[in-house]
Ligand binder design. Structure first.
Ligand SMILES: Cc1cc2nc3c(=O)[nH]c(=O)nc-3n(C[C@H](O)[C@H](O)[C@H](O)COP(=O)(O)OP(=O)(O)OC[C@H]3O[C@@H](n4cnc5c(N)ncnc54)[C@H](O)[C@@H]3O)c2cc1C
Ligand code: SF4
Length: 325
């Protein structure tokens, strides 16, 4: 049985107290929400914070507010179940509820939060193993080693961004509000992820994700399609978020974002260009899907053969766009 390492557990009641606690505890401290990603990582000794600061009692992080007309906001500690069941999200941002519904299992969705999902550690077959397994291969670049087993000549880690909500947030143009003792920052989801499996976030360790700000829904619609091995529950090995804004029957703007194939979500610009200025018709959808296929370059570090995952980028883009017709 894998055991958690020893750590101090703190439960602040205000944002000010939380950021002070994290600041005072130094680099060996980490926030925790539902713990469904952090605690397994701690058991595998991938992350070993000495102090863990819970964000679950911070009132401001536990609410959904606003609406599609003026723009919505989801607190970082709102659970995935609450998102699936929220009237505001179901009515105005159904793509978020649909993507959240595909995440893990009902029990994990009761614990797991949207903040934890958007800040999920990157994944790789050589990394998501217990300590003894990783020791057996002399570890890897991402933790405790100096070689990348996926690309041995590479100085970069290619572990995969594996959240279902990340491509959706990038596609719809959400913003993330971060607070630390130095003040507040509002970052676009699109620029928030680094293409590096180790340093995968623009967020500084001491910054608290407070909420996710959603744009007004004036004339756009979006969809999400997920490829995974088991329909019941599994991480995405490919996720396609499609977003289009229509104006008098023509596509005025579009975004196709691929998740689960690289350390950061991949925006397929050419796929969007194939749509913009055109009706959402079969031939333009086909052209966009072809462009998404060209852009997708998955590596051999997660489930399924990577060349097949690349082919599926076309099929899942087709599905995502057809859902918007
Ligand atoms: C069996 C299993 C299946 C899963 N399947 C899927 C899946 O299909 N799709 C998917 O997308 N995910 C999946 N997950 C991943 C994960 O459990 C969920 O995405 C969940 O939403 C994570 O949320 P959490 O609150 O438990 O995060 P935690 O584990 O509490 O935190 C995750 C990370 O976020 C940080 N963090 C959390 N909240 C904040 C905050 N407010 N400010 C700053 N930092 C913060 C933590 O420090 C940690 O680094 C799965 C996990 C398991 C165990
Ligand atoms: S991509 Fe390479 S460095 Fe990164 S986790 Fe996998 S094996 Fe390790």
């Amino acid at each position: 049985m894998m055991r958690l390492p020893k750590f101090e557990y703190r439960v602040p009641r205000s944002i000010a107290e939380a950021v002070k606690l994290i600041g005072d505890s130094g680099p060996e401290a980490q926030f925790v929400a539902g713990g469904t990603d952090l605690y397994p990582n701690m058991k595998r000794r991938q992350q070993t914070p000495r102090t863990v600061v819970s964000v679950m009692r911070l009132q401001e992080l536990n609410q959904i507010s606003g609406d599609g007309q003026s723009g919505g906001s989801i607190g970082a500690s709102v659970t995935l179940t609450e998102i699936c069941e929220s009237e505001i999200i179901q009515r105005d941002y159904p793509v978020i509820a649909a993507a959240a519904r595909t995440i893990s299992t009902p029990i994990l969705r009761n614990m797991g939060t949207i903040g934890g999902n958007l800040l999920l550690d990157t994944r790789c077959n050589y990394y998501d193993q217990n300590y003894e397994w990783r020791k057996g291969i002399n570890f890897c670049l991402k933790k405790d080693g100096d070689v990348c087993w996926v690309a041995p000549g590479s100085s970069k880690c290619w572990a995969v961004q594996s959240s279902d909500l990340v491509p959706v947030m990038v596609a719809i143009g959400a913003k993330f509000r971060l607070v630390s003792s130095l003040g507040e920052r509002l970052l676009d989801a699109a620029g928030f992820y680094n293409d590096d499996g180790i340093d995968y976030l623009k967020k500084r360790p001491e910054e608290l994700l407070v909420d996710i700000q959603l744009p007004p829904t004036n004339g756009w619609r979006a969809s999400y399609q997920k490829l995974r091995r088991r329909g019941a529950f599994d991480f995405p090995v490919l996720g396609v978020a499609a977003w289009v804004k229509l104006d008098q029957g023509a596509i005025a703007d579009a975004k196709i974002v691929l998740g689960g194939i690289a350390p950061a979500p991949v925006t397929a610009e050419q796929a969007a260009q194939a749509l913009i200025g055109n009706p959402l018709s079969e031939d333009h959808i086909q052209a966009a899907a072809e462009a998404a296929y060209i852009k997708a370059r998955p590596l051999d570090n997660t489930d399924f053969v990577y060349s097949w995952r690349k082919q599926m980028a076309k099929q899942y883009t087709l599905r995502a766009l057809k859902q918007l017709v």
